[in-house]
Write a protein that binds this ligand. Structure first.
Ligand code: AMP
Length: 446
């Protein structure tokens, strides 16, 4: 129960208004420590309720009578505009019975309007690093009195190349007393470096153990012969599955556009969301999906990051995500708050090994499904290794006369790797894939 936390009654009133009954695991773990002022490093995915886990303690610290605000007290940095907007909404919902004011600074919005908002000095400032730096450079932003700093989706901020901007903003918060860093993955050396630099004796809460992947979501695979065949399967699923809202994930912008075009041609109400879409399009897509005017979203991972839409109960992986963590992220869109969800991955010959690596990473076996109306010829590899990966077929080298060529003893390593299935080591132990080893299907891979 939320009332067990030492939270101000006005915050408990807002929690009750929002009909939150039980704290989620990340809230149960993080709120008491955050209330004590501890630095936190939390590994938890979007959908876990992590926003409330840091917002409630922050509000609790700021709560008080109405007064003239003289400095920004809290800074929350996030990688994308949508996440920043969603976080602002969450902050406003929780602070509705208080005098606490918050403001948003993201790209794609009017610079001068933002500067005017900053002159009024919000208690809590939420935003993306790029525009924050621009406002800082313009002399509009003073972070010296920030007491609490939150780096949300820190791993993604690093992936998106914000390391230097984030560090500069952190350095501006010279009087900070508490820092909380959230990431969906355990991250790589960049994240470890940031943690070492930014956090002070942090408590590490690890809540996205993959075993916590929404238990209410069924996970299936359907084998496919090629991309056109995958398109047929997508059509069949969208026409025959029962769902409120669906999201189709692709790895490239080009493929997202292509599938979107096909769907629109069939008079589906759909939207496409990828890194090339401008802010207006993105807002419109998300609003329509939330309101229910549009039921289908085609998206790349970058664009769908942090998307929180009620009733999203069908996820189709047109392309298999490139890592186990990205898979967890995608599937995290569905089956939220105890609702049933269905996640279906379409698997061609080239996707098999990646899929089986992800199964191993998750310690789960996806349900194999066939749809007789759109059944193809590929049904998985003929032989699989103990790991579940395909056994590669070794080609015998022949010379011009058709005789078997003697294999030179000098180059065994090279030959061996040439025979190995390409995606063999795409997913490392921590579930992260070295992207450069996978050839993008189109130049505009995200
Ligand atoms: P987040 O992981 O912070 O993006 O939260 C995911 C969604 O879960 C948001 O829509 C929250 O409003 C909702 N949520 C967070 N905590 C709870 C809770 N304890 N009970 C019900 N819903 C929650």
């Amino acid at each position: 129960m939320f009332s067990e936390f030492a939270l101000h009654e006005r915050l408990l009133k807002a929690v009750a208004e929002l009909k939150f009954v039980e704290p989620t695991p990340v809230q149960a773990a993080a709120i008491p420590l955050a209330l004590q002022g501890r630095d936190l490093r939390v590994t938890a995915q979007t959908g876990s309720g992590k926003t409330a886990a840091f917002v409630l303690p922050i509000l609790n610290r700021l709560i008080g009578p109405a007064k003239v605000r003289v400095s920004i007290k809290t800074l929350i940095l996030l990688p994308t505009r949508e996440l920043a907007q969603q976080t602002l909404k969450e902050v406003e919902r929780f602070s509705q019975f208080t005098f606490i004011k918050s403001g948003l600074i993201t790209g794609g919005e009017d610079f001068k309007v933002q500067a005017a908002m900053l002159r009024k000095v919000p208690d809590i400032l939420i935003g993306t690093p790029g525009r924050m730096i621009e406002q800082l450079n313009a002399g509009n932003l003073d972070l010296k009195e920030v007491e609490v700093l939150v780096l949300d989706e820190a791993d993604r901020m690093l992936d998106m190349g914000f390391a230097d901007d984030v560090q500069r903003l952190v350095d501006e918060c010279t009087h900070r007393q508490q820092t909380m860093l959230f990431s969906a993955t355990t991250g790589g050396s960049g994240l470890r470096e940031m943690i070492a630099k930014v956090l002070n004796n942090p408590e590490h809460l690890q809540l996205n153990a993959v075993s916590q992947l929404n238990e209410t979501t069924r996970q299936q695979i359907i084998t496919a012969d090629h991309n056109q065949h995958k398109e047929q399967i997508v059509n069949w699923l969208l026409a025959n599955e029962t769902y409120q809202k669906a999201i189709v994930f692709t790895n490239t912008r080009a493929m997202a556009d292509r599938i979107y075009g096909r769907l629109v041609a069939q008079e589906y109400k759909a939207f496409v969301l990828h890194g090339e879409k401008d802010q207006k399009d993105r807002k419109l897509a998300i609003d329509r999906l939330k309101q229910g005017g549009v039921k289908i979203l085609v998206a790349t991972d970058v664009a769908a990051r942090g998307l929180d839409v009620d009733g999203l109960d069908l996820v189709i992986n047109f392309d298999m995500p490139r890592s186990g963590d990205e898979y967890v992220h995608r599937i995290g869109r569905t089956g939220r708050a105890g609702n049933d969800g269905l996640a279906i991955s379409l698997i061609c010959h080239g996707d098999w090994n990646l899929m089986s690596s992800i199964e191993r990473y998750l310690k789960q076996s996806f349900e194999r499904r066939t749809i007789k109306e759109v059944k193809g010829t590929y049904g998985g590899p003929k032989k699989v290794k103990a790991s579940g990966k395909a056994v590669g077929v070794k080609k015998k080298k022949t010379d011009a006369k058709g005789d078997k060529k003697k294999v030179a003893a000098k180059t065994p390593t090279k030959r061996k790797s040439a025979n190995r299935p390409k995606s063999d080591s795409l997913v490392s132990k921590d579930g992260m894939a070295p992207l450069k080893r996978r050839k993008p299907e189109a130049p505009a891979a995200e």
